[in-house]
Design a protein around this ligand. Sequence first.
Ligand code: ACO
Ligand code: KIV
Length: 514
Amino acid sequence: MSDRLIIFDTTLRDGEQSPGASMTRDEKVRIAKALERLRVDVIEAGFPIASPGDFEAVQAVAEAVRESTVCGLARAKDADIDRAAEALRPAARARIHTFIATSPIHMREKLRLEPDEVVAHAVRAVRRARRYTDDVEFSPEDAGRSEPDFLCRILEAVIAAGATTVNIPDTVGYALPDQFGALIAELMARVPNADKAVWSVHCHNDLGLAVANSLAAVLAGARQVECTINGLGERAGNAALEEVVMAVRTRQDRFPCDTGIDTRQIVPCSRLVASITGFPVQPNKAVVGANAFAHESGIHQDGVLKKRETYEIMRAEDVGWSANRIVLGKHSGRNAFRTRLRELGIEFDSEEALNEAFARFKELADKKHEIYDEDLQALVSETAVVTGQERLRLVYLRVCSETGETPEATVTVAVDGEERTATARGDGPVDASFRAIESIVASGTELLLYSVNSITTGTDAQGEVTVRLRKNGRVVNGQGADTDIVIASAKSYINALNRILQGEPKTHPQAGDV
Ligand SMILES: CC(=O)SCCNC(=O)CCNC(=O)[C@H](O)C(C)(C)COP(=O)(O)OP(=O)(O)OC[C@H]1O[C@@H](n2cnc3c(N)ncnc32)[C@H](O)[C@@H]1OP(=O)(O)O
Ligand SMILES: CC(C)C(=O)C(=O)O
């Protein structure tokens, strides 16, 4: 049995199925490049038949990624498989992942097919996918609630038809670790041609057991785990990549295999996904939460100072947190700035992008005593968005907020380079600012979500604001960071409006134009 555990990342497909987490094509490419740096083996980039946008995103990821295999999802239908193959054509290594449900309830109530018909669809789909690539994965959806005898039958048939990976999904997060591990062991023992395929698992977190179930499966013999950054995914999410990878690595005394992941890229990748999707990472989240390596109580601090291993089972640096805290300030130069960002896994495409980020860093350093890694990451992800084709830019903001008075905001926005100013009152300083921006841009968008997170601690911490806007059924997220949360809010609002404008004809926004 192989000692390599294949990491199949599905942040861009199942992760995107988290309500509100949809990503643009360019955002998917940025995440895919980060996943490639993380050295994931397979990137599931989307479900090409789902929409023209999903097709283009899979195609763009297939063009951009050279090291990891790029995968597209397809139902057991000819049209889905042909569409996936078309989207994956530019890939250096392409995988088609086809699936059909095998549980009695799904076959009877959803597919309305007899078990024999399900087997026939599965075999036909795998054969068709093999016409396009040698790398074909098959999943019996809802395997966690399927009959083991039927699973054995369909898995033997798809392996004989050419499936090179068979993936056992616990689609509704129903399994328990001992039972799921036993199921994998049973299937691998009973399917006669089991050794012709890699065995994989895909677990959902409805009972908070996705990682535990995945690890139980690996101990039983599975050699691929499907997972997502920060555990994103449909409903309660999928197994978190960072937890699976670090559990296997930390407990090498129990696992007979290891991954090829560059673990130092885990935290930068987690932060990128959080900032693009607008789903912040909870501070107590394992591995990637802000408190994962923080020690608060005296007895723990005393122990760690004497010997780090008394209270730490992993090294913060090994997953991408920095060990040295105060590194950069307003007297630092470009080389220190570039070097620190390189240590965080961030590279600039051009000198212009570096200069743009450096200018923002200097502005921030003037306002803030200490610049933490999290500040830098927020600043760079903001720069990456800003250097795109932005049509609106915040030029000026003044807010007047006084006890007993209605807050008032005056805002100047450059619209395609032309500055416009407006003043508005609101229920609070943020509301007043948004109203002032609206009276300039007249976007007609609906605000679905507004959230503020403190990126670091202290009263001079940067606030990171996420807003979610909807227009004509299209939902976008915007982010902004600043030590002043009203400015961060205005930046995030304008960032979201820029995303709505992206790809639209370049006329000057007037009332209702955005
Ligand atoms: C467990 C998972 O996460 S699977 C992935 C889930 N992700 C998604 O569904 C996101 C993308 N989906 C979509 O955009 C749409 O559902 C589409 C484009 C795939 C299909 O859209 P529509 O054609 O309008 O069908 P709709 O979504 O209403 O229903 C699904 C149909 O696919 C059938 N179906 C579902 N799974 C499969 C399968 N694996 N193989 C074959 N047929 C299937 C259903 O029985 C149903 O058929 P019916 O229309 O004959 O009743
Ligand atoms: C397509 C399959 C693997 C899936 O996402 C699930 O069953 O949850």
